[in-house]
Design a protein around this ligand. Structure first.
Ligand code: 5GP
Length: 183
């Protein structure tokens, strides 16, 4: 693989995550929240975000995978991903969400299929409030009309890794967000 180029530095991430945490602290002042992270990509973002939110909070994690037609990372890099959009749950949350303030924490909002599926699933559990915090957003790729309430960075249609995001399970531990060049 060719060299990875930094798109968003660790310093830029830290500054933006601090601001997002301040927004959440303000919006839920006096309340308790549950952060529900989408595995595995959101784990690092959730841990940085939640540690700066000055509220009483609990964590939970949810796992999803896409049915069938998500291509290999190499194909995805070459031609993008055109899914017909079936998502399935591989790990459910452990806590009840009924009557709670649920903040779903996701690494990247791309086509919107994953978050549309998870929003429906969580709303059916009747939380008191439901919000989405996404570190990255690729609005040009959207297939479903869904938006995050808290967005870190809007980025162009590039395949990115680092800060939790992988390419075939690699690079999750890079501290910066980097672009994998399309050959
Ligand atoms: P969506 O359902 O919105 O199309 O996709 C969301 C998921 O696709 C993300 O949670 C992530 O796993 C994956 N994804 C989308 N774009 C990228 C990207 O640029 N890099 C990586 N590593 N994963 C991505």
């Amino acid at each position: 693989m060719t060299e990875l180029k930094i798109l968003i530095s660790r310093e830029q991430i830290a500054t933006r995550v601090t601001a997002m945490a301040a927004d959440i602290t303000r919006d839920f002042a006096g309340e308790q929240v549950i952060f529900v992270g989408v595995l595995k990509g959101a784990a690092i973002f959730l841990s940085d975000l939640a540690r700066q939110v000055k509220l009483e909070a609990t964590f939970d994690f949810i796992g999803v995978s896409s049915y069938g037609n998500r291509p290999s990372p190499a194909q995805e890099l070459k031609s993008g991903w055109d899914s017909t959009g079936e998502v399935r749950l591989t790990k459910d949350a452990d806590q009840s969400m009924q009557g709670k303030n649920v903040i779903l924490v996701e690494d990247i909002l791309d086509t919107g299929l994953t978050l549309t599926y998870l929003k429906k699933l969580i709303l059916a559990r009747q939380p008191k409030t439901f919000r989405i915090a996404a570190l990255l957003d690729k609005p040009s790729r959207r297939k479903q009309p869904i938006q995050a309430d808290y967005v870190g960075f809007s980025i162009p249609d590039e395949f990115v890794v680092g800060y939790g995001l992988d390419y075939a399970e690699r690079y999750r531990n890079l501290p910066d967000i980097c672009v994998v060049p399309r050959e």
